[in-house]
Design a protein around this ligand. Structure first.
Ligand code: NAG
Length: 340
C-alpha cells in the first residue's frame, strides 16, 4: 500500500513535470514566432514547423552540452532559422561556389609584411554594418561589396556602403541561386562600377539592371588573389590591403545556429564542391586556451543579419589546416577605388 502510493505520487509528479515542460515549449514557440514575426499559411504548416523547431532545439541543447564541458569551442543558439530543416536552409542560403576558371584576370598578392598578433578592420572604421541577404543566395555580392568598401575607405577615408542589388541585377546571371564568384563580381566593378546601397537598395530578389549614372558610380581597379591554401598569405594581405572576400564550407550543423566562440570542425570541407558560402574576413585574434597557449581565429563578417551569430559575425579557427577552406578561394578589391 505504501509503495503503491509512493509510485502513484511519482507518476503524478512525472505527469506534472511533463505538462510543465510542454507548457514551456509552447511558450518558447510563441516567443520564437513573435520575435521573428513568423506566420504560417495553415494549422498543418504550423504544426510541422513546430516539430522542426523542437528538433532544432534538441540539436542546440545537445551541442551546447558539449560546449559547456569544453569539448567543442563554439556555442549554438536559437535564431530565425529555427523553423527550417537543414535541407531547406542549404537550399535557401547556401550554394556550391563554382571553382575558379583562372580567366578572371585577378593579380596575385605579392606582399611580404610583418603582421601584429591581432588585427581588426572594424577598429579602423573600414567595415559597414552587418547586412542581411535574406531569402536569396546572393552571398557572393555581399562578400564583394565588403572588400570593395574596405578598399574604398582606405583610399578615400570615407566609408560608403556599396550596392549588392546593383551587382545582383547587373554583374552575372547567378541571381539568388548562390554559387556566384566574388572575383568575377569585382571584375564587373572594375569595368562598370556600382552604385551605392543608398542609391540602389537591396530587394532580396533579382531584378532588371538599373545601375544609374545619375547617382555616383564607384569603381575599383580589379581584383587580387592570395595564395591558395596559405593562411599566412591571407593574413598578410588582410593587414596590408583590407578585408578579404573568402569562400567557405558553411554547412548547417556548424553555422546555422552559431552564436559565439570559435568554429573548429575537422570534418569541415576545405575545397570544392563543399565550399558553399562567401563571407568577409575582417581580422584575426586569439584567445587563451587553458595553460597550453592560445587558440587563434579569423574574425568573419556574415550577411545573415545582425541577430545571427555574434552580432552578425563569427570566429573561425585560424592556422588549423585551412579550416572550412578559408584560404582556398579568396578575392580582394584592387586599389585604387574611386568615384567616377
Ligand atoms: C560591363 O557592362 C557591359 C554592358 O552592360 C557588359 O556587357 C559587360 O559584360 C560588363 N562587364 C563585366 C565584366 O561583366
Amino acid at each position: 500500500m505504501r509503495t503503491l502510493s509512493c509510485l502513484s505520487l511519482l507518476l503524478l509528479g512525472l505527469a506534472l513535470t511533463q505538462a510543465a515542460a510542454l507548457h514551456q515549449t509552447h511558450q518558447e514557440w510563441r516567443e520564437f514566432k513573435s520575435t521573428y514575426t513568423k506566420e504560417y499559411a495553415s494549422e498543418e504548416e504550423e504544426q510541422s514547423r513546430f516539430a522542426i523547431f523542437l528538433d532544432n532545439k534538441r540539436i542546440i541543447v545537445e551541442h551546447n552540452a558539449l560546449y559547456d564541458s569544453g569539448e567543442i569551442s563554439w556555442e549554438l543558439g536559437m535564431n530565425e532559422f529555427g523553423d527550417l530543416t537543414e535541407e531547406e536552409f542549404k537550399a535557401r542560403y547556401l550554394g556550391q561556389v563554382l571553382p575558379k576558371e583562372n580567366k578572371e584576370n585577378c593579380q596575385i598578392y605579392r606582399g611580404w609584411i610583418e603582421t601584429p598578433d591581432s588585427y581588426d578592420w572594424r577598429n579602423e572604421g573600414a567595415v559597414t554594418e552587418v547586412k542581411d541577404q535574406g531569402f536569396c543566395g546572393s552571398c557572393w555580392s555581399f562578400a564583394a561589396t565588403g572588400s570593395m568598401e574596405g578598399q574604398y575607405y582606405r583610399g578615400n577615408g570615407e566609408l560608403v556602403s556599396m550596392s549588392e542589388q546593383n551587382l545582383l541585377d547587373c554583374a552575372q546571371n547567378w541571381g539568388c541561386n548562390g554559387g556566384g564568384r566574388s572575383d568575377i563580381t569585382l571584375k564587373y566593378v572594375h569595368e562598370n562600377g556600382t552604385n551605392s546601397e543608398a542609391a540602389y537598395p537591396y530587394e532580396m530578389d533579382q531584378d532588371s539592371c538599373r545601375q544609374s549614372s545619375n547617382d555616383p558610380i564607384y569603381h575599383c581597379s580589379g581584383c587580387t588573389y592570395t595564395i591558395v591554401g596559405s593562411e599566412d598569405d591571407l593574413r598578410m594581405a588582410l593587414v596590408d590591403e583590407g578585408p578579404v572576400a573568402v569562400a567557405i564550407d558553411a554547412s548547417p550543423l556548424n553555422f546555422m545556429f552559431y552564436r559565439s566562440g570559435i568554429i573548429d570542425d575537422p570534418d569541415c570541407g576545405t575545397d570544392y564542391p563543399d565550399i558553399n558560402h562567401a563571407v568577409l574576413a575582417v581580422g584575426y585574434d586569439s584567445e587563451a586556451n587553458g595553460i597550453f597557449g592560445s587558440k587563434a581565429y579569423w574574425i568573419i563578417k556574415n550577411s545573415w543579419g545582425k541577430s545571427w551569430g555574434s552580432d552578425g559575425y563569427f570566429n573561425l579557427a585560424k592556422d588549423k589546416h585551412n579550416m572550412c577552406g578559408v584560404s582556398t578561394d579568396t578575392a580582394l578589391a584592387k586599389a585604387p577605388c574611386y568615384q567616377a
